[in-house]
Design a protein around this ligand. Sequence first.
Ligand code: AMP
Ligand code: MN
Ligand code: MN
Length: 328
Amino acid sequence: MEKTHAQNILKLIENFEEIVITMHINPDGDAIGSSLGLATFLQEVLHKSVCIYNESTFPAWLSFLKPPCAYYTNVQEIPFKNPLVITLDAGELKRFGEELTTYIQDKKSICIDHHLGNTFFATEYTWADPSMSATGEMVAHIVFTYSDKTIESVAKPLYVALSCDTGNFTFGNTSSRCIEILAKLVATPIEIAPIREAMDNTWSEQKLHFWGRLFSEVRFSLDNKFAAVLVPSSYFDEYGVSKEDLEGFVEQMRKVKNVRMTLLMREDVKDTRPIIKVSMRSSGNDDVRAILMNFGGGGHKNAAGATLEGELEDNYQKIYSYVKQALK
Ligand code: AMP
Ligand code: MN
Ligand code: MN
């Protein structure tokens, strides 16, 4: 099945010389890893002209991965006249930001994504498969359909993509197919130890203290089945940390015995408007996506997000009422 999709996409790509790769705003490890892996493959192996666009800047915590091409945060900077646009790791146009939504209107596009609820906005092809562990796995299927081996600069970002979306190969989405792809990436070869060092052991002292504060403020409720933390924007200045320093915290709360769902809410600003970014996690049959769909969010059954307006505490109470229903 994935081979057919990969072959179809490779065939379509043959018709284009210039390609823009884009991924959801506030890109995570899978969004960045899949984009860099695909960009490197298109540029180094297929000799295409490639650039990456995202309205969010490149996340500092992934700075050990270097884009092989230009990374633009302004669509006006894209130098191509009539490129193919490949959208990664989200299935709804709004997740790519307003600028991209306008830019893509008169372009040909392909969407490669593993979320539920794809809206099939792409003009040429949509490969949407929620059984895929990561969008990086889908890109790896394309790379290995083209050739059984690849180069280190393609394999390294794809390893990071897979690792990030599977909780370093521990979540329920860690399929045997995902592990087979992992084996092929490692065989490229890539050196795992320095990648892990860069991913795991580069915290600032401030981040450690910030996490200490958050750990002490986790709210447990519903017989410890639910754990949540609220992060006001003032904390970032107080500790000298950034929103990227929260990456992974929502998973940590699940470490407590009996916790079935976790929630992290943080204050942010978008175009001078205050917003709240919500992340939820669960395991097994507990569906956090279903809860956040009530708030215009989405994602996966066990990992979902949403963007809200209003007060932290008010919104917490609203989400809590759905959680209470789900965990009763
Ligand atoms: P996060 O909690 O931001 O790491 O996101 C968890 C999952 O939900 C990821 O697969 C995201 O792509 C998805 N997601 C995050 N925010 C939103 C949103 N506002 N709308 C739809 N899906 C989202
Ligand atoms: Mn993502
Ligand atoms: Mn993903």
